[in-house]
Design a protein around this ligand. Sequence first.
Ligand SMILES: Cc1cc2nc3c(=O)[nH]c(=O)nc-3n(C[C@H](O)[C@H](O)[C@H](O)COP(=O)(O)OP(=O)(O)OC[C@H]3O[C@@H](n4cnc5c(N)ncnc54)[C@H](O)[C@@H]3O)c2cc1C
Length: 308
Amino acid sequence: MTARSSLVGDLDLDVTLDAPIGAMTWYGIGGRADMLVSPRSAEALELFIRRCQSEEMPVRVLGGGANLLVDDAGVDGVVIRLDHEHFRSTAFNAVGDVTAARVAAGVDLFRLVQDMSRRGLAGLEMMAGIPGTVGGAVRMNAGGSWGAFSDALDTITAVDFDGELRSWKAADLYFQYRRSDLPPCIVTEVILTLHEADPVEVRDKVKQIFQHKRASQPMADHSAGCAFRNPEGTTQSAGRLIDETGLKGHSIGGAVVSDQHANFIVAQPGASSTDIRKLIDDVQARVAAVHGITLEPEVVIWQRGVRP
Ligand SMILES: Cc1cc2nc3c(=O)[nH]c(=O)nc-3n(C[C@H](O)[C@H](O)[C@H](O)COP(=O)(O)OP(=O)(O)OC[C@H]3O[C@@H](n4cnc5c(N)ncnc54)[C@H](O)[C@@H]3O)c2cc1C
């Protein structure tokens, strides 16, 4: 039996070998994964992860690919994607004017925000215009000026890399700006706390936030959102530091610092993942030389042989 068949044989999951995962990201560039696996159930996911662990197979998890740069040479091991129906469901339990929404990790954030706004459930408006999945939003604690995903998070359920199903209260995980104490794991579902509200008010707030984002960010371009985290211990934003270094429009190959928002590094047609990486490094070095601050990348970079 080959390592591959002993990994996936008899499990309820879909397997694609040599899968073009770079093309599945918002950047739309980068190489392939040796194996892409889409489990059909939580049980299949748990069993599969246990087998990967015993075979010492590296495992990565791909959400919507909105914060991800895949190296041109692709990645080794296994990439998991929670795109089957089981991982895209939503259920509601209302008690008075508080609703607990049980949302699977593969649910698309745009759709979720729209769905909540149609139902007149307030609490997720801050996620308007942020692409990706619920699992990615938990891992990144995505958000912006109006708040972060953790503001609505009550409980997180995940499969850890030993294949065990685990659950945490969000309050115990010390969620902060783009990070938390959530250990390495594959988030499978969350419970969100939402509040009954006037659907028109929720919709208007979502619209206002979305319009603000559209006016200030190059949302139609290929990017991974903000390339760098805002530096801690200063009121300066990464975007302002890059702008003040005179880097708007600066390019390497097909990678360009956006004219609209200096913290967005966008891929023009023909750009490679290597172009983006070189520009990230170059921007980091130039900002450090001018401001004495080393910006930390926010975009997650996947490389063959480098453990995530
Ligand atoms: C145009 C644009 C605008 C953006 N604006 C914002 C913004 O305003 N605020 C903001 O915070 N971000 C923003 N982003 C970045 C991105 O939308 C968020 O980081 C988002 O949460 C990424 O989710 P994803 O599902 O696409 O994750 P991916 O990009 O697929 O993965 C990101 C990380 O999350 C991990 N991950 C994904 N799914 C799971 C899971 N189920 N369990 C455990 N880990 C998982 C991955 O392994 C990886 O480490 C923007 C991106 C773009 C392209």
